[in-house]
Design a protein around this ligand. Sequence first.
Ligand SMILES: [Zn+2]
Length: 489
Amino acid sequence: MSNPQQWLVCFDTDRIKQYLFATNRLKEIRGGSALIVGLDEKRKATLHQQRYGANQVVYSAGGGAAVLVPTKQDAQILIAEIEREFRAQTATASITGVYLQVSTTSGKFGVEMTRAGNSLRRAKASKAELATLPVEPYMRLCNSCGQHPSVCKARDGSGDWLCQACFKKREVGHKGRKGFFDQFAKSADPNTWTEDTIPDDLDTIGSVASPPGYVGFIALDGNHIGDLLGKLDTVDSYRAFSAGLWDLTKEQTFAALKSLGRPRNGITPFEIVLIGGDDVLLITAADIALEIALAIAEGFEKNSTAKVLTPAGLSEKCAKLTMAGGVVLAHADFPIPAMYRLAEALQKLAKRFCAKQNYQTGAIDFQVVTSSDTDLDAMRQGVPHYRPYSLADLRKLLEHIRQLKSADMPTSQLQAMYQALFESKVNAQLASIATLGYLGRGTDKTRYNRLKQFFKDFGVQFDGQLPPWDAHKRSALTDLVELYPFIKS
Ligand SMILES: [Zn+2]
């Protein structure tokens, strides 16, 4: 880089998730997602090829970009152009850009990027305050999102009047293999994941799930990525970090879907809503949701050093990267925006757990939704549980469920122990002991041994300490029983 004084331009898509989940229709969410992917790809190509050359692009992925330009005027023109194009394509979504003068040879590029990131956050926050436009009372609201005035009739025979944004999303969502699914199918096997296998709606995904009608919503996010970005010294290390992170997230997501998400009865049992830099949102058949979330988080952690930290020169400052995730298991008629909000709330709890572990392990929290309640605190009130789980513990829990299932553990026994959990600590102990006693009297001790091992693996010492409680009066039994129907033996 010949000129050390340059202008750093940073972009980030505003409230991308609010844009995606403004509606409850899978096809519109898919259309919105494909529009974002298309804009991302186009922006990347423009920045790389035509304008400044690949060397000036720090990163461009996941709804954001950072690029170095020679003058302040270049920066202003670029921002205006990208913001305009984005608005034209999405109608309601927007992207924010900021610029600042930087030295690329100071050896503190991470600090400059942090400064740009802060400035970007401020710009986005002030924009958000202006985002909601008043709707005049005589305007008719969009039948889909209910947020914006409707401007045209849907062309799918539904009779819906839609706003500009929902109209675009629905148009794009109807057209075949696009966006992330197209990228996935090409990398996995385009003959298996064909256009014909794409599910029409959530009910279609639910129809091939077990138990029937249930879907999973997965939200995963890399831990403390922001802190690490500040530690990067040069443009090259920043570029290596961003590209590595993006590749790793996508690669692990695609690998998990390839092995666990094969079409059933001609239907692809998942939808890729979003893959950002280190951010993943998926909808799947309920019975593969936890396995997929776990596989992605494990693969991310395992490969993070070689794929991200070493190329960026960070392997001495950080041993590995981990992920936190939230998984919601709910009936397909539960609103998608509510699933998303619950998954985010669960992800936050998992993140807090990871922070306490100094980010040395990833974690996943999950919730089975059985009522129309949409508030996590309300759902968990008075429910003893062991969540969130470290990845290793969740792997163990799933394995115990499979073991008990293959040993034909009677669900009536599990239910009896489960009910007692909500009565009192003592009743829960009595029920667990009674079940162990009952299973221990048979000639075949398999079920007894498996149940006992489960309790042991989740903190029950058995030296005067009775199941189902561990030393902190927590129990994984609730989680085992609630997940039982969703895990295949
Ligand atoms: Zn709308």
